[in-house]
Design a protein around this ligand. Structure first.
Ligand SMILES: [Ca+2]
Ligand SMILES: [Ca+2]
Ligand SMILES: [Ca+2]
Ligand SMILES: [Ca+2]
Length: 470
């Protein structure tokens, strides 16, 4: 036996010896509460202190009137057999309130549904309910793990699945614009055969899967054979602020028709006649431009940006309706953004299909392999990198077509290089087909390189500061 395997074995045995035994609890009743109920099992699991395994042996739907809350800090495994946990109330369905790891299999979680911007879940004093929610402790360390296997989440007003390592909870905001502090812990989310459908339609900025990570620590995401569809905001949003990186892989995962909570058709009539303008110094005062929209079904849907000159006069303004993406990552401060999509599909989303933003030190590493983006309202694939760090991009057997923006964008600002390799890839009919198939931009210090092999870029290449080899 060599030294390495001896050490590995020693570590394995010490790990087994140190682990606490897992308590096993059986749910024998589908009642909302009482003896043998899932609610009682979660209370018992929290009371055991160590890891617990709850097996739902009872057949039929479990209809709850208030949230199922696990308060333990130790890992909880919840094993179903195809049952549905349902509610008619606008509440969270399953909550791990003190950062305990969750592993859930063979269960569906269904909210009341019927939410829209005209039937919101966050008005009249209500808090919009989520499907599955882990609230990380402020002092948590190590790895917070959420593992879902054969799980369905539908019909909740807020996020379908949410892991929050952010002190501001639902007011963290997103990405570079996000706030809040976080624990030293990292977050790992693994989804296998998970469907998140029709959630997030009762509130602005409510996603299919949302991870808010602050403080030290990374986000690790792996999805296999999963689907995010008809979500009000982004199908999947990761916000990694402060130190730490995003490491994400999607395999055979679909992102379809997400981002329509702020339905442009519904809100268009609230837009000013001139939604944007650009002026010379002294030409227009702030009181002389359209004011922020009010009186709409949800005024949060309107982005309002005004830039002024030093004199106080308006330089430019823009008001826009905030629709959302298929998959949206924001990585800020130290750390990288790493995304590999394999055999995945991104279609019909109301903003970008793939919307990646990396800021601060660190770069972006993107691999789109046998992955298709079509019919998204803005770009099919978009990566923006700024500050120190560069971009390494690869499209292999990818397709991007019929999107309202560019087929694929790799834009790099400030110090750092951009290197993109495109092979066996097809782009067509993106936007107006005026050099919109591929856009690769290298700004400021650094080098740019685009290699295109065995590909058909019908709608052209727009390269700035980049050497193109075809
Ligand atoms: Ca953290
Ligand atoms: Ca970071
Ligand atoms: Ca950077
Ligand atoms: Ca650069």
């Amino acid at each position: 036996m060599n030294r390495f395997s001896a050490l590995a074995l020693a570590a394995l045995f010490s790990g087994v010896a140190a682990a606490q035994p897992t308590s096993s609890i059986t749910v024998t009743s589908v009642e909302d509460s009482g003896e043998g109920s899932l609610r009682a099992a979660l209370e018992q699991a929290a009371a055991t202190a160590g890891p617990a395994r709850v097996v739902i042996a009872a057949a039929g739907d479990i209809v709850i009137s208030e949230s199922l809350v696990y308060t333990g800090e130790a890992p909880l495994e919840l094993v179903g057999n195809g049952q549905r946990v349902r509610t008619h109330e606008n509440v969270d369905l399953l909550v791990s309130a003190n950062g305990g790891n969750l592993a859930v299999s063979d269960l569906a979680f269904e909210g009341p549904g019927q939410f829209s911007i005209l039937n919101r879940g966050d008005v009249d004093g209500a808090t919009a309910g989520k499907g599955i929610f882990i609230d990380v402790r402020d002092d948590q360390t190590g790895l917070v793990e959420l593992v879902l296997d054969n799980v369905i989440v539908k019909g909740v007003a807020n996020h379908g699945i949410h892991v929050s390592d952010c002190t501001l909870a639902d007011d963290c905001g997103g990405g570079a614009g996000g706030g809040g502090e976080g624990s030293p812990a990292s977050i790992s989310v693994r989804l296998n055969n998970v469907t998140v459908d029709g959630v997030g339609n009762g509130k602005f900025d409510a996603d299919g899967l949302r991870v808010d990570e602050r403080g030290e620590g990374d986000i690790h995401l792996h999805t296999i054979g999963s689907e995010f569809a008809r979500v009000g905001a982004d199908g999947l949003e990761l916000d990694e602020g402060q130190a730490g990186s995003i490491h994400a892989t999607t395999l055979r995962t679909a992102f379809i028709d997400n981002g329509a909570y702020c339905d442009p058709a519904m809100l268009e009539s609230f837009m000013p006649a001139e939604p944007e303008g650009e002026f010379d110094d002294g030409e227009r005062q702030p009181s002389e431009i359209p004011q922020a929209v009010s009186g709409s079904p949800d005024d949060g849907c309107f982005e309002y940006n005004v830039d002024t000159y030093d004199s106080g006069a308006v330089e430019e303004y823009e008001i826009a309706i905030d629709v959302d993406d298929g998959i949206d990552f924001d990585e800020a401060d130290d750390g990288d953004l790493n995304l590999t999509m394999i055999n995945s599909l991104i279609s019909g989303n109301y903003d970008e299909g793939v919307d990646m933003d990396e800021a601060g030190a660190g770069g972006g590493n993107l691999n789109y392999i046998n992955t298709v983006a079509y019919g998204n309202a803005d770009d099919g694939f978009k990566m923006s990198e700024e500050d120190a760090g560069g971009i390494n991009g690869m499209m292999l057997g990818a397709v991007s077509r019929d999107n309202g923006g560019k087929g694929a964008v790799f834009e790099e600002e400030d110090g750092g290089d951009v290197r993109v390799h495109v092979a066996d890839t097809h782009t067509a009919n993106n936007d107006d087909s005026d050099d919109t198939g591929l856009e690769v931009v290298q700004d400021d210090a650094g080098e740019g390189e685009l290699i295109v092999e065995a590909s058909t870029i019908e709608d052209g290449i727009d390269a700035e500061g980049v050497t193109v080899t075809q």
